[in-house]
Design a protein around this ligand. Structure first.
Ligand code: SAM
Ligand code: SF4
Ligand code: SF4
Length: 367
């Protein structure tokens, strides 16, 4: 399919004119296809991770989106269909904490029925803090969810509580991971953000806990995204440093890939007991292969995690606009995309304050 212009949402005459048969790739200005969609279904969260939603900013008087401003499931499904037309093959549901969105299973049921432009089933994944996963793993799987990624930054209770700023034992998250494993929401990934002096003590315990379980731990560099008010580059432990720490206790062998598609560089345990991933989003950015679009819970399209503003898709989410017209609007934005913030981060174009850049909030747009 090839969308040839951006339609006016009110112009129903152009309804069928936006597509003509052909390619299913939508390329941006740097020739990057649109392949992944991160859909945020809610901006609220029951955690206050210090690197994402610090309590002094996201306190009792913080104004989250009222539910009336969130996209309805019908609108989200319409969005997913439009992105599928443009070549998206994988949808990740995120937030805020996506499992706080009431009735999420019914959305998943509808998204799971979608196919990609080339006729394959749409890959459907979810990123969660895991706190509600034990209760929901089975219903999510039954609804058609494929995979789950759980964010967990510590094994030690005190470190976990400090970092997520929530009164909850780590065991609750571990129970969630176990429940996901039992119902076959696999392969399960555990993402850990490592902040120097805060949870670097947890690198080896995390690897030890999941080694040989089939769960892949991936370490993420602490990023200067919106929300991370306390960020400074001195708090970043690079993927290379983390890998050296892991390798000092667990012999690792690089996993050879023909083409780096995902964000993580994986190593396997030399004794065959699974893999560990390292995501060098700050020290070795992967903008060159970034095929991700993000849509916030209120229908703003973001072409980069570090974007300062989005494109409002709501006019095309109205009933008067077709899926093709919505796809046309997304395509118009994508073909203009030249974001590569992380690659430019260390160049003189960016003020060298060493502080976080005032981007959109991670909890609104999803990680
Ligand atoms: N609440 C869910 C969760 O925590 O998995 C989904 C949303 S959360 C915004 C998605 C991911 O963003 C999490 O894995 C989280 O660790 C990551 N994240 C948030 N702020 C970050 C930061 N400053 N640097 C790196 N990763 C961050
Ligand atoms: Fe909530 Fe996830 Fe952000 Fe933590 S990282 S505050 S769990 S949205
Ligand atoms: Fe993609 Fe922007 Fe991150 Fe680069 S900085 S990898 S373009 S989201």
């Amino acid at each position: 399919m090839n969308i040839i212009d951006q339609p006016n949402p009110a112009d129903t005459a152009s309804r069928h004119s936006v597509f003509a048969g052909g390619a299913t790739s939508t390329l941006d200005k740097l020739n990057r296809p649109l392949r992944d969609l991160r859909l945020s279904v809610i901006d609220q969260c029951n955690f206050r991770c210090t690197y994402c939603m610090p309590r002094d900013t996201f306190g009792a008087d913080y104004r989250f989106l009222p539910s009336s401003e969130r996209l309805s499931f019908e609108q989200i499904v319409k969005l997913a269909k439009a992105f599928a037309l443009l070549g998206v093959e994988k949808i990740r549901i995120t937030g805020g904490e996506p499992l706080l969105r009431r009735g999420l299973e019914s959305l998943i049921e509808q998204l799971a029925k979608l196919t990609t432009a080339s006729g394959k089933p749409m890959e459907l994944a979810l990123t969660t803090n895991g706190s509600l996963l034990a209760a929901k793993a089975r219903s999510l799987r039954d609804a058609g969810l494929g995979r789950v990624t759980v964010s967990l930054d510590a094994v030690d209770d005190a470190v976990f509580r400090r970092m997520s700023d929530v009164d909850m034992p780590v065991s609750r998250i571990l129970d969630g991971i176990e429940a996901a494993r039992e119902v076959g929401l696999a392969p399960i990934k555990v993402n850990a953000v490592i902040e120097r002096g805060v949870n670097d003590s947890q690198i080896l315990p995390l690897v030890r806990l999941f080694k040989g379980t089939g769960v892949t731990v991936r370490f993420i560099e602490y990023m200067d995204v919106g929300g991370a008010g306390g960020w400074s580059n001195t708090k970043v432990i690079t993927a290379r440093e983390t890998r050296d720490i892991v390798a000092s206790a667990f012999p690792l062998v690089p996993v050879v890939v023909h083409e780096q598609m995902g964000t993580a560089v994986n190593y396997r345990h030399a004794d065959g007991a699974g893999e560990v991933g390292f995501i060098a989003s700050v020290s070795q950015p992967f903008c060159g292969s970034c095929s991700r679009a993000r849509v916030s819970a209120d229908g703003q399209l973001f072409s980069c995690l570090f974007a300062t503003h989005g494109t409002d898709l709501r006019p095309w989410l109205a009933e008067t606009a077709s899926v093709e017209q919505l796809a046309g609007a997304v395509r118009s934005r994508w073909i203009q995309r030249d974001d590569r913030y992380s690659e430019l981060r260390s160049t003189p174009r960016r003020p060298a304050s060493g502080k976080a850049y005032p981007t959109v909030r991670m909890s609104l747009v999803g990680g």
